[in-house]
Design a protein around this ligand. Sequence first.
Ligand code: GDP
Length: 454
Amino acid sequence: MLGQDETIFALGTAGGRGGIQVIRISGAGAGGALRALAGGIPPPRMLRFTAIRDGDGALLDRGMAVWFPHPASPTGEDYAELHLHGAPQIARLVLGALGALEGLRLAEAGEFTRRAFLNGKMSLDQAEALADVIDADTITQHRQAMARLDAPLSQITETWRAQLINMMAQLEAVLDFADEEIPQNILDTLNRELKEITKEINDLIKENKRGPIIRDGINIVLLGKPNAGKSTFLNALAGREEAIVSAEAGTTRDIINVSLDIQGYAVHIKDTAGLRPTQSAPKNAIEQEGVRRATKAAQQADIVVALIEANTPNPKTALNELLKQAEITKKPPIIMPVISKADLQKNQTTPKNWTKISAKNNTGLEKWQQKLSEIMETLIETNESALISRQRHQNLLKECQTRLTQAQKINLNKNPELTAEELRTAAAALGRISGRIDVEDVLDAIFKSFCIGK
Ligand code: GDP
């Protein structure tokens, strides 16, 4: 782990030219750094206008210095900020002057936030929410992340954890008198509490089943025969909507993903290799691999948009054939059938509840999007205040749920030590959400996702 005794510094604002930039300093040497560069330490939490000079006394800039003595600081350590003119040369010179000071070094990615977490300034799920606020591409992602930063899931999970620990303590007390029967009133209370807490956790999981979908985005896969018009459709969509990430083309037959902001939701649309009818099986290994990937993507998707070309005889049969080939036999995904190349459609009726589009003429896309929005609403089932915003949290809650369900099956009177063990594991799962226990393995992954200076 990184040494917390070292004083770190970094540019806290995005680099480049701008109105102002802020350099952050955290650790025991922050006060000394202010003395060295800003000529002294201002009163706590008050901005002071001052000259910023290097070790030789050269004037680097005039700006503001602010001082937060520990523990009432953003990181919980002694902490300072220098607010400077937004010039790259100034940043380079001031960072250089700080680096020349004894015991100071440039911060690693996310290290300020990591120290804030380690010093109890925020829980781990709050740090994750902060990362999500910074990374949010759409309005719903922003709202969800802000809600979780403001009222983290761990507020609830830590209460449950405290209850479980309390129950464990009661059990331990009983276990100390192993020869005696557990008094009935203690048994009753423990059983009741166990039931209540399990129900609360079950309810939370049920109500927030699709919570992570807002953060992670909705996965849509375009499926169809070769030449059904999938790529043209995707291009037409990408041209209309704000592309979050530019399309990443993979190798031939790979899957192309375009992320779009549709009605405030992050949507990832994947264009796949075409699926040929079974009677004309893929010709070569590369195509086979493409088909395998397309099939897998479709099975894992939230929504499959099945493109059936206009004038295909018996579109419904063609749709079933396509789904059979992709081995989609049950929900999820939700299937959205579409007639493509509608401009070529001759006197053929569109099946009920299907949409039709012409990517060439740019028609039908709006209706399709409207239909997609309706499907997304039902799919998400939840609003942006969903308490469970990350898969990691959902997995841990499910782990806790499994343990508590298991604990209820054990005869408390006969095997109290087994119950205690289940409660311990359940509490540990909850503790990993807030980061209060045993999270060393995930810390790097979480904090490395921040930039340097955060
Ligand atoms: P994919 O293999 O499913 O990705 O199909 P493409 O998007 O590459 O389209 C196959 C052919 O159909 C190309 O020649 C397209 O120009 C044409 N095409 C695609 N969409 C339309 C459409 O809406 N109308 C017409 N008339 N042609 C289209």
